[in-house]
Design a protein around this ligand. Sequence first.
Ligand SMILES: [Zn+2]
Length: 72
Amino acid sequence: MAKDIAYLKPVPGNEGDYRSLGPISVCPCGSDLWNVKCKFDDDGELGIYFLDMRCTQCDSLAVAPMPDWKTQ
Ligand SMILES: [Zn+2]
């Protein structure tokens, strides 16, 4: 059973700053779940999101992937 989002809290003390790696979808700690600030458009689709994000597991900072990030 999935955890309630209220209990998805990072383990303090292990956070890093991986923004220099560029866009990533998997954190160096192994987690692929992120806390991202976003805004939905009128159709309920993901509208905009901030590129800075934090890993839900270790609270590290990273850069969020963008639609064409693998072709650059
Ligand atoms: Zn992490």
